[in-house]
Design a protein around this ligand. Structure first.
Ligand code: ADP
Length: 543
């Protein structure tokens, strides 16, 4: 043995936080106010939770589901299951009851931990759950004060913890390849697909998130994940922050851009993370109330999950001196795979406009991963133009979907086929052109719906824009644009003006045939544009 082979585990991350950062803070916004504690307290309560789970019969490899917002109790569940050798399965509360039932049964969860405010969801599904034997409500209330409900057997979280062992002995024989987390992709088509995360994957992902040239998370940071803890482990932030001892600010139930802005100011947040729609909403508020919120502590707003529009990145920088850190990933990539950071030689030589072009790319491959962009001719040249499908492999890339036939189509010969179409330029910067299924195919050529959307969203009157391909008898498909106009500009702008604005940027045949003004773009459960529903509604427009 040339080097020691010690396991990379979540237990290591938790112990490190207790040993080195016992007094660093975790702030949790609850329905009834702000709760604060430290990593030392969090460590002790996590062990208590593990001890409770063990008494409920949860053992190695068993799954425990959570249905919860971003708060300190959810954070405890994030660690308690992994450190005892079990699996924490975070469930997306916004899925349909049918999908929630499917997921809980498919994963064979033994226990369900849920927030008090989500009781109605649990009441709607519990009779159909085949394997869940115990329900725990995450609340301050004691069991005597729990609401009347058909959900049984039901326990009160704080009461269970108060009676539990704070010195619960953690197993020291966990393997880094043991499973410890689980998340299903939000189902845009068919049933959701499950991904199981291992200790090693989450550990290495946490290290990658701390690299200076990726997200550079560190102890100096105060991190607020808007991205829900049921969406790819809040992009790994709770694990990375605990590894580094960063202060965590968990925004609790139903957070809005206002909630975030208030917390930024009160808690001196340095990094926050979410999908572009939340940033578009925040931009509107910042523009509307200049100077109302102090955002000077922020060093970066991580934007991922969908393309960050160039116009949005520009507006944040120019009008509010805020930097968008554009990153790319998916449930299957844990998720961080690409991060946009400017190389120093580009920093020196590019104009501000060119720098913005780079900031709008999804960026460079994170160290540790491998990537290919492939089309019918093989790997595409690094010319920034030729399109191909993006593939990944690496220690935090899933190897399969959990007990799912669809593994075959996505994981091929050791590579994850993302279903995203991308280009790569001579410097190695990847630009996601579109999801394969969202590309518009017109007259045998491809049109990027993402490029059109970004151009539309750069118009000062436009809040949100989505472009879909609509079946067309002559051209196969034609792009159709949906635009949401900002409140203050409603009724003052025509579709011709919008189209004129984008016309200089594209070949003529790229320009959408029509622009429809709507009140809001339908969104997926994690806040991305839900183009499937627009496609369904407008598929017969030209036929
Ligand atoms: P779902 O597929 O259900 O939306 P994921 O959150 O796993 O769930 O989505 C991953 C997908 O999101 C990627 O395959 C890609 O299409 C898109 N995506 C993620 N980050 C970006 C980004 N920065 N730019 C463009 N697309 C992105």
């Amino acid at each position: 043995m040339y080097m020691m082979d010690t396991p990379l585990t979540i237990t290591h991350i938790l112990r490190r936080a207790r040993n080195f950062f016992p007094n660093n803070e975790i702030v949790s916004r609850l329905a009834d106010g702000i709760f604060r504690y430290t990593y030392k307290d969090m460590y002790e309560r996590t062990l208590r939770l593990a001890s409770v789970m063990s008494e409920f019969g949860v053992s190695r490899g068993d799954k425990v589901a959570t249905l919860a917002w971003n708060d300190h109790r959810h954070l405890e569940a994030y660690f308690a299951m992994p450190v005892m050798g079990a699996i924490v399965h975070t469930v997306n509360m916004r899925l349909s009851p049918e999908h929630i039932i499917y997921i809980l049964n498919h994963a064979e969860d033994k226990v369900l931990l849920f927030d008090e405010s989500l009781l109605p969801i649990v009441e709607g599904v519990h009779e159909h759950l085949k394997t869940v034997k115990v329900f725990v409500m995450m609340t301050n209330k004691s069991s005597a004060d729990l609401p009347q409900t058909s959900v049984k057997p039901l326990y009160a979280y704080e009461e269970l913890l108060a009676g539990a062992d704070p010195n619960f002995p953690l197993p020291d024989d966990l393997s880094e390849n043991d499973p410890c987390g689980m998340c299903y992709t939000s189902a845009t088509t068919g049933n959701p697909k499950g991904v199981i995360y291992t200790h090693r994957a989450l550990f290495l992902h946490s290290m990658a998130s701390g690299l200076a040239d990726s997200l550079a998370l560190s102890e100096s940071d105060v991190v607020l994940p808007f991205v829900p803890m049921f969406h790819v482990n809040a992009w790994g932030i709770p694990y990375s922050c605990t590894m580094y001892g960063s202060k965590q600010v968990l925004p609790g139930p139903v957070p809005t851009p206002q909630t975030l802005l208030e917390l930024y100011e009160q808690e001196k947040v340095t990094v926050s993370a979410g999908v572009p729609t939340i940033w578009l909403g925040m931009l509107q508020i910042l523009d509307q109330f200049p100077g109302k919120y102090d955002t000077s502590s922020i060093r970066g707003l991580i934007s991922g999950g969908a393309a960050a529009p160039r116009g949005m990145i520009k507006a944040f920088k120019e009008r509010h001196n805020l930097t968008i850190l554009h990153a790319y990933g998916m449930t299957e990539t844990t998720p961080l795979a690409l991060a946009s950071r400017l190389k120093p030689h580009l920093e020196k030589k590019l104009t501000d406009d060119e720098k913005l072009d780079y900031a709008a790319t999804q960026g460079l491959l994170v160290p540790g991963l491998e990537m290919k962009i492939v089309n019918e001719q093989g790997e595409v040249p690094w010319d920034g133009k030729t399109m191909g499908e993006l593939w990944f492999r690496g220690p935090w890339i899933a190897g399969e979907y959990y007990k799912d036939e669809r593994t075959k189509g996505t994981f091929v010969d050791g590579w994850l086929h993302t279903g995203d179409v991308a280009t790569i330029n001579e410097e190695g910067y990847v630009r996601i052109v579109d999801r394969t299924k969202d590309l518009v195919k017109s007259g045998g050529e491809w049109i990027s719906s993402v490029d059109l959307e970004n151009a539309l969203m750069a118009h000062p009157a436009v809040l949100e824009a989505a472009v879909i391909g609509v079946p067309h008898p002559k051209w196969q498909e034609r792009p159709l644009a949906f635009v949401v106009i900002k409140e203050a500009q409603k009724g003052k702008i025509t579709k011709e003006e919008i189209l004129e604005f984008i016309t200089p940027q594209f070949a003529k045949w790229w320009i959408p045939d029509d622009v429809l003004f709507i009140d809001s773009i339908p969104k997926t459960t994690v806040g991305k544009f839900l183009k499937r529903s627009l496609r369904e509604d407008y598929q017969n427009l030209y036929n």
